[in-house]
Design a protein around this ligand. Structure first.
Ligand SMILES: Nc1ncnc2c1ncn2[C@@H]1O[C@H](COP(=O)(O)OP(=O)(O)OP(=O)(O)O)[C@@H](O)[C@H]1O
Ligand SMILES: Nc1ccn([C@@H]2O[C@H](COP(=O)(O)O)[C@@H](O)[C@H]2O)c(=O)n1
Ligand SMILES: [Mg+2]
Length: 216
């Protein structure tokens, strides 16, 4: 039997132009994730530093979902129940919130924190927005340390209790790991040791973001 050669994917000029475009602006997106889904790995903390030093806009999928609950939206009860259980909200809901937030914002550099949490999140985001991340910033931290930080966070989150924290870790192993593996195979995962004190972690983050330094 002869060798079967896959036909090359046909990419039209329009598709090439459309890649990473949001309306008429070209955007840079960095996904921010962590080990075991990264709850408590310091994603939000370091994103604030990146915003200040590198001019990115921080969009936390979890924060957008929590704001949606507060807004009294028809999806509010469903989202709240999913968060209490540490489960992943359907992609169409989260992607719509992320897309709206990016369109409303004039910036062209976004940190998307806590997303994609599963293969459905990842594939749907790329299909709907045609945006691929520049890279994935991955915070590596032990389960014990993340648990300790979350139990001491005191922000009144419904999911910062030992029962939900353990469920969130379990969901990661089942759902989020393939996402990391997908981007790892594309050499897009930049791993950070997140167990160190906050300023030391930021030194490592800074080295990764140096190419995005604001012109002075
Ligand atoms: N490197 C660090 N060392 C010690 N404490 C930290 C460190 N980074 C963050 N913290 C603290 O740990 C807690 C969790 O941090 P943060 O909210 O940034 O985590 P997160 O990754 O965004 O978690 P989640 O996914 O649950 O939103 C906060 O109280 C924060 O001040
Ligand atoms: N892509 C996502 C992100 C988050 N969630 C839900 O929100 C919870 C809290 O997320 P944090 O990033 O703030 O830790 C998370 O446990 C999920 O229930 C989601 O569904 N999809
Ligand atoms: Mg956070």
């Amino acid at each position: 039997m002869g060798t079967v050669v896959d036909a090359p994917a046909v990419v039209t000029e329009k598709e090439v132009v459309a890649e990473n475009m949001l309306g008429d602006k070209k955007v840079t997106v960095v996904f921010v994730l962590g080990k075991l889904g990264g709850p408590g790995s310091g994603k939000g903390t370091q994103c604030s530093n990146i915003v200040e030093h590198f001019g990115f806009t921080h969009l936390s999928a979890g924060d957008l979902l929590r704001a949606e609950i507060k807004s009294g939206s028809e999806n509010g009860t469903m989202i709240e129940n999913m968060i209490k259980e540490g489960k992943i909200v359907p992609s169409e809901v989260t992607i719509k919130l992320l897309q709206q937030a990016m369109i409303k914002n004039e910036n062209d550099k976004f940190l998307i924190d806590g997303f994609p949490r599963n293969e459905e999140n990842r594939a749907a985001f790329e299909n709907v927005t045609k945006i691929s991340p520049a890279f994935v910033l991955f915070f590596n931290c032990s389960e014990e340390e993340m648990e300790r930080r979350l139990l001491g966070r005191n922000e009144g989150r419904v999911d910062d209790n030992i029962e939900t924290i353990r469920k969130r870790f379990k969901v990661f192993v089942e759902s989020s790991l393939p996402v990391i593996e997908y981007y790892d195979a594309k050499d897009k995962v930049k791993k950070i040791d997140a167990a160190k004190p906050i300023p030391e972690v930021f030194e490592d983050v800074k080295a990764i973001f140096a190419p995005y330094a604001k012109a002075t």
